[in-house]
Design a protein around this ligand. Sequence first.
Ligand SMILES: [Zn+2]
Length: 82
Amino acid sequence: MNCNRYECPICLGQNLILKYEANYVYTYILDSDAPGLLNAEEFLSWLYDRRELKHNRTYIECIKCGAQYPYTFIAGVLDHRE
Ligand SMILES: [Zn+2]
């Protein structure tokens, strides 16, 4: 595993991480027992009836200074070291 292949252009830190951020709306149909058609005895949040992705983004973040870069920058602005 090569951990130090990229460098932050702002602080020159070499600990960059990739983050995937997402917002979902989960829907549970109300029936005669616990909410959600798949839930009977108790409400379990992962047994949903519908899931809608509202927003998502993937980005690179510098652990040292907190700067964030679009994921596509990894091939351009960020310095590639091998
Ligand atoms: Zn940085």
